[in-house]
Write a protein that binds this ligand. Sequence first.
Ligand code: SAH
Ligand code: SF4
Length: 366
Amino acid sequence: MSNVNAILKKAKVSGDLSREEIAALLSITNETMLQKLYDTAYAVKAEFVGRVAYFRGLIECSNFCIKDCYYCGIRRSNQNVERFQMDEEEIFKEAMWAHEAEYGSCVIQSGERQDEAYIAMIERVVRRIAAASGGTMGITLSLGEQTEEVYRRWKDAGAHRYLLRIETTNPELYAKIHPADHSMEVRKACLESLRRTGYQVGTGVMMGLPGQTMEDLADDILFLKAIDIDMVGMGPYIPHSDTPMGQEIPAYTDAEKSAALQLGLKMIAVTRIVLRDINIAAATALQALEYTGREQGLKCGANVIMPNLTETEFRPKYQLYDNKPCTDENSAMCRGCLSGRIKGIGETIGFNERGDSLHYRKRVGE
Ligand code: SAH
Ligand code: SF4
């Protein structure tokens, strides 16, 4: 424990922690030490990015996917999903809702599609959103693996940021949770393409995967640092009953839920400590484990929240994992209840601000 105290003391002044030190922080279970870890991460957050939460309105525009990740509820082979695809007008309308609700940014996310019709539709809608918001609105895309050419087209149309999780940096674990034709090397190459294309680049991992160790997670954090990432979106793995992994390990018990939430919060805290000035999202998956999970994420070092804008009608169909929260609520309800809860923890909300990653701004010399 004194070792952990010494690491936390060091963490206040420097994020330069070793793999062993990171794994030691992630292994904390004692309540007092946990609180110290969270407080240290919060102090680092307050110093480097401030006590402001930025909203990104999340538009889950399609659940069609050409991939077959073993953990994901909308994987191609899941026959129990009713597939939907929003049209350009619907996506645009939701982005404008976010703009009028004073969210500074939106995120367009979907299953992966690489066909020209889809690529061109995204390009058109990004261009429309950029024009209608006078270029003020931050536009984030999370649309999977694409060619550098496609990333460039979307960037030229007006997108600013891109989220593509590496999921895990342990090659054996990656191979266990994906079919053989899904490649970590391709994903890394995509992250490099995104970087070359000029995006603010975000990635992240799932934690609590079967067989994943604290050392694996320490390596994940060091990977984020090594590739000099601008934004991190990561969350606990939650089983979905219609997936190969969900069938092997069934739904979490209450104790498993608490453990998964705790690990999620620890990862946010340690990532904040190591990476200092990046943007970190408090994933919706945290809220699936406990209603106030995302606010707890803010208290542990996250500074971005992605309220769901997806039409209530589509929400139950975009179930990446079981018990996804708020599937019967609409966007206005999300805005109201989230804002109240965030103010309740003493933070301000960056309404009408894009909330770009400070790390990115420093990196490009803004
Ligand atoms: N298709 C795109 C974006 C949608 S999936 C992509 O894969 O990048 C977005 C994220 O959902 C994935 O990166 C994955 O980390 C997460 N996800 C999928 N299934 C999950 C599960 N069962 N539990 C927790 N997160 C999950
Ligand atoms: Fe498709 Fe993304 Fe789910 Fe994988 S995680 S199956 S790419 S939606």
